[in-house]
Design a protein around this ligand. Structure first.
Ligand SMILES: *Cc1c(COP(=O)(O)O)cnc(C)c1O
Length: 426
């Protein structure tokens, strides 16, 4: 299905292909367990000698159908759903890093990921160095050490909206023999497919545009199957040497291009258990069925709102890579020719206090700790999501203290602009 159909068709049809007499719509396999005929059949599953379902903490058919749809959209060989975007990011790194290892990460990333990598994973003995994504290849390369196992970045950073030079990051990662992991949450595969630019692994918070209706927290990891783990076997013993918890099986030998995804499922999901519930996977699938319609509408509306804001004299600055003159306009034309996302950031003349007053005056746009769903919403990162960061860390993460993050929904653009106008005049 992957090669044959275009993204619009994959959104609607990929993942679930019913056989004779089966439900047309993806069913919710709301079952923790799966039945077998003989003890031997079940034993073979536990030895990873047969593939099949046995316990929903590891795998569930509803989840797998939805993961297969996302894999098809990204052009990957396999994918897995996780209970949240945070879990996806944690697993993506932890699958190839252990205590004593290190990875390099763009400093322009989501606040939750910044904490996970910079604080919590350090407690597990996994060290990270943050680099500015626009630093030179030499500067970024200087952050690599002999124990560095990955490079990580966001296609469009949340909330600083910096567009990553994915090809540059891929070059740097590969010159050091490690994979490039890209969080592609904001553009979604409708607007950017990082594998086409050299990324090896893609992660998503499916909570955002993919679900699109703010109903279900979830995440996803997709593998391109392109990274040659065995060529760097000394760096990745978890994939290239026998796993004692599976009778000495070696993932790269037994599963080839599916080694990374199989290890993440058979080992990390088994032991850590951040599986997405089948019910949430079903809701995510409903969202995915219209992703190709919603994402362009988010982008059209955001473009109009950004143009309106950039002409308003009460507005100090606007950051949207679809505006000519934006620092990332040219790069966005290359990586995101069909549009970037529905998220805009801006600041008001009058700074932090006035920004908060403006937000309180909005009627259609709600103040919520969310982004990237059908309803227009706003957030002040310095007071909300990034509260725990110091002013220095805020600037490092590309978040100005007066920054308002506006997530433009799929309502009528004129109504959204009218709401902003009345709040600016309030
Ligand atoms: C929201 C978000 C996350 C975390 O996802 P959750 O589903 O909230 O756990 C990770 N990365 C990006 C870019 C996000 O926007």
């Amino acid at each position: 299905m992957t090669k044959q159909f275009k993204p619009e068709t994959l959104c609607v049809q990929a993942g679930w292909t019913p056989k004779k007499g089966e439900p047309r719509v993806l069913p919710i396999y709301q079952s923790t367990t799966f039945k077998y005929e003989t003890s031997e059949q079940m034993a073979r599953l536990f030895d990873l000698e047969d593939s099949g379902y046995f316990y929903t903490r590891l795998q569930n058919p509803t989840n797998d159908a939805v993961a297969a749809k996302i894999a098809a959209l990204e052009g990957g060989v396999g994918a897995m759903l996780t209970s949240s975007g945070q879990a996806a990011n944690f697993y993506a790194i932890f699958n190839i890093c252990q205590a004593g290892d290190h990875f390099v990460c763009s400093s322009a990333i989501y606040g939750g990921t910044f904490n996970l990598f910079g604080v919590t994973m350090k407690k597990l003995g996994i060290d990270v160095t943050f680099v500015h994504p626009d630093a030179s290849e030499e500067e970024i390369s200087a952050a690599f050490r002999p124990n560095t196992k990955a490079l990580f970045g966001e296609t469009i950073s949340n909330p600083s909206l910096e567009v990553l030079d994915i090809e540059k990051f891929a070059r740097i990662a590969h010159s050091h023999g490690v994979p490039l992991i890209i969080d592609n949450t904001f553009p979604t595969p409708i607007n950017c497919r990082p594998f086409e630019w050299g990324a090896d692994i893609v992660v998503h918070s499916t909570t955002k545009y993919m679900d699109g209706h703010a109903t279900s927290v979830g995440g996803c990891i997709v593998d391109s199957g392109n990274f040659d783990w065995d060529a760097h076997a000394d760096k990745f013993p978890g994939l290239c040497t026998p796993d004692e918890s599976y009778h000495g099986l070696t993932y790269t030998k037994a599963f080839g291009k599916m080694a990374y995804m199989t290890k993440a499922t058979a080992q990390l999901m088994r032991d850590l258990g951040s599986i997405q519930s089948p019910m949430n996977a079903f809701l995510l699938n409903l969202g995915l069925e219209t992703l190709h319609l919603r994402v362009p509408q988010h982008c059209r509306n955001a473009q109009k709102v950004a143009e309106y804001l950039s002409k308003n004299e009460k507005v100090a600055w606007v950051n949207y890579c679809g505006l000519p003159g934006n620092k990332y306009y040219e790069r966005a034309q290359k990586y995101l020719p069909d549009g970037s996302c529905g998220v805009i950031s801006f600041g008001l003349k009058g700074g932090r206090e006035l920004s908060i007053k403006f937000m309180d005056s909005l009627k259609l746009a709600a103040i919520v700790t969310h982004v990237a769903d059908a309803r227009t919403c706003v957030l002040h990162p310095a007071s909300h999501t990034h509260r725990q960061l110091t002013d220095e860390q805020l600037i490092e993460a590309g978040v100005r203290p007066d920054l308002i993050r506006l997530s433009v929904g799929i309502e009528n653009a004129d109504d959204i602009i009218a709401d902003i106008e009345q709040a600016l005049n309030a």
